[in-house]
Design a binder for this molecule. Structure first.
Ligand code: B12
Length: 222
């Protein structure tokens, strides 16, 4: 882990929003882009906090405090990067029932927004029946799901199957901690897209745009 991410972990753990924000600001001033901020600062800082928690070096309360400052940082950062127009398509993001880890998903949602997508971020713990109603009404081309905990996995196939069966044929994107640790493809279909890390998202967006994804899914061709 790099020095700045470790420093950020410290400011997050001490609940210091101002110091955390100024660290991010200094990296922006040094020319770092959002992908860097998300994948080289925020993500490793939070994962490092998880390691410290596992080793009993920080408490559950410390981890909660760090998560809430991180959440605030993400909101603040994304607000400054909102594009004037959202023309790339519509994408909704959710965590399945019992999944409370939403910071990764929020990061991805903000990145889609910055890349010109119209996004809806539904956060943690969304039951399938309500997610389905939301998706049927809004008809996003993309539905992103984040999985961190093994005990959320049994429901994964049901979510994917239900979304992929919607008449407007959205693409289901799957990511999160478990996507980089386990083979999740058997929980989905051959069309389910698994993107273990944020770096994979940019490549996927480019190939989706090249393939005329928006047009294809509007016509219901997939
Ligand atoms: C913060 C945190 C929490 C917070 C979550 C706050 C929040 N608002 O999200 C709270 C305190 C709620 C929490 C609770 C728990 N947690 Co927790 N938590 C973490 C921690 C420290 C950081 C997670 C995080 O925010 N990472 C930063 C984000 C940005 O990274 P990310 O999620 O990986 O996302 C990136 C990529 O995966 C990808 N991505 C993510 N989603 C998606 C989606 C799509 C579509 C795409 C394309 C890409 C993508 O892009 C992101 C950006 O780079 C991790 C440690 C770790 N190593 O992950 C433990 C960790 C995941 N938690 C753990 C545990 C055990 C728990 C609890 C069971 C603790 C308890 N006893 O209560 C509960 C379970 C709650 C639940 N039911 O889900 C364990 C899991 C271990 C295991 N064997 O499964 C971990 C690994 C800690 C540890 N080292 O042991 N936790």
């Amino acid at each position: 882990m790099n020095f700045h991410a470790e420093l950020l972990a410290e400011t997050l753990l001490s609940g210091d929003f101002k110091a955390s924000w100024s660290l991010i600001g200094s990296q922006r001033e040094a020319g770092k882009n959002s992908l860097y901020i998300y994948t080289r600062l925020l993500t490793p800082a939070m994962r490092y906090i998880g390691d410290l928690w596992e080793q009993n070096s920080v408490s559950v309360a410390d981890e909660h405090l760090a998560s809430s400052v991180c959440d605030r940082l993400l909101t603040h950062y994304a607000a400054g990067r909102e594009p004037l127009q959202s023309t790339a398509g519509k994408a909704m993001f959710l965590c399945m029932e019992q999944e409370m880890h939403f910071l990764g998903l929020k990061t991805i949602s903000s990145y889609f927004q910055e890349c010109g997508w119209h996004t809806r971020f539904y956060g943690p713990n969304l039951p399938l029946e309500y997610a389905l109603i939301a998706a049927s009404n809004w008809k996003p081309q993309v539905i992103g799901i984040s999985v961190s905990m093994v005990y959320a996995l049994p429901a994964l196939s049901a979510y994917i199957e239900a979304f992929e069966a919607l008449p407007h044929r959205p693409v289901v994107l799957l990511g999160g901690r478990l996507a980089s640790r386990y083979r999740l493809q058997p929980h989905g279909s051959p069309s389910t897209v698994i993107l273990p890390e944020m770096e994979d998202v940019q490549d996927w967006m480019s190939s989706y745009a090249r393939a005329g994804g928006l047009l294809r899914s509007e016509k219901g061709l997939g």
